[in-house]
Design a protein around this ligand. Structure first.
Ligand SMILES: Nc1ncnc2c1ncn2[C@@H]1O[C@H](COP(=O)(O)OP(=O)(O)O)[C@@H](O)[C@H]1O
Ligand SMILES: [Mg+2]
Length: 559
């Protein structure tokens, strides 16, 4: 098979003299020429690189029209090889019918012999011209095909990118819907916990008072009952704390945390809590950023996650803790597709059975548990979630091929890691004897029991029911203000504390609440904070601390 790729004019002229003459004429046109000796070679040379074919009548006589037509039909759409046929004018061997059929099978031009040089050359040039136009067409077609392929590729790429974007957006939407659902659950939970806290405060306060009134008369049965009340209120208080954590209404004591130092300590904490058959490892990426969060709550979250892992692995297995920096969004952190900025991730992965998709969808809800009654409260992961969100981060569950990862992302702190404030050592053990306290509380039951407690500590208590009346009191005759936060009236406790800081900077202030509308408001205020419900020791300690700090501040101002 001839696979001639050089464009050439093909000459099929079995009579030797004809071939030479034709060749000489063609070569003047400065194109390549190929002579064929037989019809097989002639057929083979009729291909895409044929410029034109010149065939004499003797040549054509050797061909079968069927075969020739077959060769010419194989041409691509752009091609129609110009064919020159040199025939004798008065040939009796070829009837006109045969010539007429030639135009049906190909692009034939018939020149009668003897033809003049000029006629042949002109016919040849015309054929070459036609063929070159066909080649141009071919090139353009190729170019178009190339473009079409490139376009297809581009469309493919764009489609893939679009699909990726749609997927990403769907993920973000899903995260937002989920966040909204948990948010409304949080509001409900928070509301209940707030009221419940006040009730607990009254019960706890009354129990304390009862003990005081009974004094040293200890009837063991009575004492047992009182112990029961105390246990129940403590348990209740823990519960409301967990609920408030989920509702993101707990006052956070956020500080700048050095993650390297903190996580090392947390590792020990987890190791102490877990049985030796559960191995915990910690990996911290180099140059880990500090975060701004409440370290106690962070540890509570890590303990909650780790104890879940322990339960899932039936007390035998491994937990890998991993902490690293994240600049979001990042493809490797699809759960935070909706977050932008710098975060520190703390991921705990266990090798337990993992969660079903359904469980993962509900695990952050308060009271959702798959554990037996008495084993699970369903408040572990809800604390994790509430803490993370309240700290402007997120918590997420990642179902691994084996095991489960629970992760927390906390925002990077821009502040420097601060020095831990050292407590002054001056201890006052003489209670609150003679201390003049302005006590602000709107709930009369809570007020009644708390007043009694403060009085039992030796304080002189002046009670008002809201901040508005507190402002009208004679504040010069007061040593310390003890105020609830959530109160009706123009000001709540935090605003009142700000007002006091501006007008009566020498007054020590203690705030109390079980519930904060926006806990971050406490940030930057120089006040003591007591979580409701409080016990007598806590309130005593907080008041002393406030007075101590205040005196310290005043001494500093004097120097
Ligand atoms: N590491 C884990 N592996 C498998 N399931 C888990 C894991 N952590 C949590 N869960 C599931 O999530 C549920 C909720 O957890 P949590 O809020 O801590 O409540 P509790 O531990 O009291 O059940 C668990 O009951 C359990 O079904
Ligand atoms: Mg749990």
């Amino acid at each position: 098979m001839e696979t001639n790729k050089v464009p050439a004019v093909i000459i099929f002229a079995p009579v030797a003299g004809d071939a030479a003459t034709l060749r000489a004429l063609v070569e003047v046109e400065q194109v390549h020429v190929v002579l064929c000796r037989d019809k097989e070679r002639f057929y083979a040379l009729l291909n895409d690189s044929t410029l034109t074919a010149a065939v004499t009548e003797e040549g054509l006589a050797q061909c079968s029209l069927v075969e020739l037509s077959g060769c010419l039909r194989r041409q691509p759409t752009w091609s129609d090889i110009p064919m020159l046929l040199l025939a004798d004018a008065e040939n009796r061997n070829i009837d006109t019918g045969r010539f007429a059929r030639l135009s049906e099978i190909g692009n034939f031009t018939v020149l009668t012999r003897p033809a003049t040089r000029l006629a042949i050359v002109m016919a040849l040039r015309s054929a070459l011209r036609t063929r070159r136009l066909q080649f141009d067409l071919r090139d353009q077609l190729h170019e178009m095909t190339d473009h079409a392929q490139q376009l297809e590729l581009l469309v493919g790429e764009r489609t893939a990118r679009l699909e990726q974007e749609v997927l990403g957006r769907r993920r973000v939407e899903h995260a937002l819907i989920e966040a909204r659902r948990l948010e409304s659950l949080g509001r409900l939970t928070g509301g209940i916990a707030h009221d419940f806290n006040n009730i607990l405060q009254v019960i706890a306060g009354s129990e304390t008072l009862l003990r005081m009134q009974l004094g040293s008369v200890v009837d063991p049965r009575l004492s047992r009952s009182l112990d029961g009340i105390r246990r129940a209120t403590t348990h209740g208080a823990t519960l409301t704390q967990q609920l408030l954590a989920y509702a993101r209404r707990q006052p956070l004591a956020s500080v700048v945390i050095d993650m390297q130092v903190h996580m090392d300590a947390s590792l020990e904490l987890l190791q102490d809590m877990l049985p030796p058959s559960v191995q915990v490892t910690l990996e911290i990426a180099p140059h880990i950023w500090p975060v701004f969060a409440d370290p106690t709550q962070l540890d509570a979250a890590l303990l909650n996650i780790a104890s879940n892992a322990r339960d899932a692995m039936d007390d035998v297995g491994a937990i890998a803790m991993y902490s690293t920096n994240w600049t979001l969004p990042d493809q490797m952190m699809p759960e935070a597709a909706h977050l932008v900025g710098e975060f520190v991730g703390i991921l705990l992965t266990d090798i337990g059975p993992g969660m079903s998709e359904d469980t993962a969808g509900q695990a952050f809800e308060p009271f959702f548990t798959t554990k037996a009654v008495g084993k699970g409260t369903g408040l572990g992961l809800s604390q994790v979630y509430g803490f993370a969100i309240q700290s402007d981060g997120i918590a997420f569950i990642r179902r691994e091929s084996a095991g489960l990862t629970v992760g927390i992302l906390l925002p990077r702190s821009r502040e420097e890691i601060g020095l831990v404030e050292l407590n002054t050592t001056e201890e006052r053990s003489d209670g609150l004897a003679g201390l003049r306290i302005l006590y602000v509380e709107d709930n009369t039951d809570v007020a009644e029991s708390t007043v009694a407690i403060l009085q039992s500590l030796g304080a002189i208590v002046h009670l008002v029911y809201n901040a508005d009346s507190a402002r009208e009191s004679d504040l010069s005759a007061i040593d310390l203000v003890f105020s609830d936060v959530m109160m009706p009236g123009q000001m709540d406790g935090v605003e009142f504390a700000r007002w006091l800081a501006a007008r009566h900077p020498n007054l020590a202030v203690v705030l109390t609440s079980g519930f904060m509308l926006s806990p971050e408001r406490l940030h930057g205020l120089d006040v003591q904070f007591v979580r409701k419900p409080f016990v007598i020791q806590t309130i005593n300690e907080a008041i002393l601390q406030a007075i101590r700090k205040n005196a310290h501040g005043k001494r500093q101002a004097a120097t």
